[in-house]
Design a protein around this ligand. Sequence first.
Ligand SMILES: [Zn+2]
Length: 477
Amino acid sequence: MKLKNGQINNDIIGRDFGSALTNMSSDFSYFKKPKSLALGEFFDFHPHQLHLTHPFKSSKVFLGKNNIQRRWLTYDEHSEKLFCSVCLAFSSERNIFIDGFNTWSHVYQRVQEHEIIKSHNLSSEAFLNYSSKKTIDYRLFSEHLHKKKIEVTKNRNILQRVIDVIKLIGKRGLSYRGHRNEGADSLNDSTLDHGNFLDILLLLKKYDVVLSEHIDSITKNASVNHKKGKGKGGGASLIFISKTTVNMVIDSISYLMKKSISDEIRDAVMFSVQLDTTQDISVQDQCSIILRYVNYKGIQERLLAVITVQQSTGKSFSDMFQGVLADNGLDVMKCIGNATDGAANMQGQFNGFSAWLEKSTPNQMELSVCPHMSFALIDLSPFMLFLFLSLQSGRGGNQIALCLMQAINSGHLSFYKRHLTVWSDNCAGQLKNRMLLFLCIWLVANGTFDTIEHTFFISGYSYSASDRDFATIEKRA
Ligand SMILES: [Zn+2]
């Protein structure tokens, strides 16, 4: 029988609602939340699905994937709105299908979206619990939910493997992506370099049914779309294995790690901070923020954040650090110490990081170590590292030479060693100067060592904005 608009389609519904419609009393609305006693009558009436071509195509809206009827969807021809019967009956949260949906331009998309939201699924389960009658209607409904559950389990299994691969790559410190060959249409070719992440997945796929099915379906869809001329069969079809998924998983792991660290620090009550900058490959200053605290496991040292430096002033470092603490729910008042290098923007008396931090949290203990001056004496047994505080000792060539002499005369070194190697950076003020050169000549001349080798790191390896500022200040002072 062909039906006109507005008529009830018994073929779709499979049952006659005539009796329900006649029973509808004036004070009872089938499109409002029913009282618990009226649930029976409510679900006898729903779903109320009409055969329509306007304002939407009923065949497209009322039938979901695999032509399974959406029994939750119901239409009120008086208000001309679509409702979700199970959400109306059981949901505690409001949504557009409880208020009535009539924005027809995106109706198909909104219906699909509603089907997967959590509150709707909870309402559907509540409906199944409520229903003890195992009629064909309810079976159809439960079949739909059952299929959804299988799909959710399958997706979780795929994602579990993807997360494990991401964790492995992170643990080994490898790169995730290559330079090219990341498109779905290239995954069939095992001779290509797809980058670490995709290549590990492709290896696992050989031995794992779940991944094998998933990746095969991705490559198949990509080649079909490619033939149809829909896109290039590239990144868009990489469900769960795209760079977007990798980034989301990494962000989630980062969030969980920071949360775990923050929880530990809150339990420890007090903490101190170590803060320093270094340049990345794109010559951008990156500031690492390391927090130290003590808990029942002993002294803990955790990297909490690495942040691109916008301004290398003491105030901006202090603001940045306090921002990081606030983001992680940590109280700046519990910060009892800070350790930085000796640069002016860190330890400056008035505008250094420490000075600004002290304004927010007094009673800071400050430790400044000048990294230019650390050097290791190799080929001396046992190996020893000498470190001194620049604030106490000063930091010129004289002091470095004195430190070296102090190390040699300390009595800790074995003097059967005849060769001294000094590693240091290129700082002319402290290390690449006449004072140290004269000292080395003298040490060889008086027979303390046969040879002395002074090795400098590649110039610029540790240049950061703070170093440059410091140099400028020194020149003008
Ligand atoms: Zn719903």
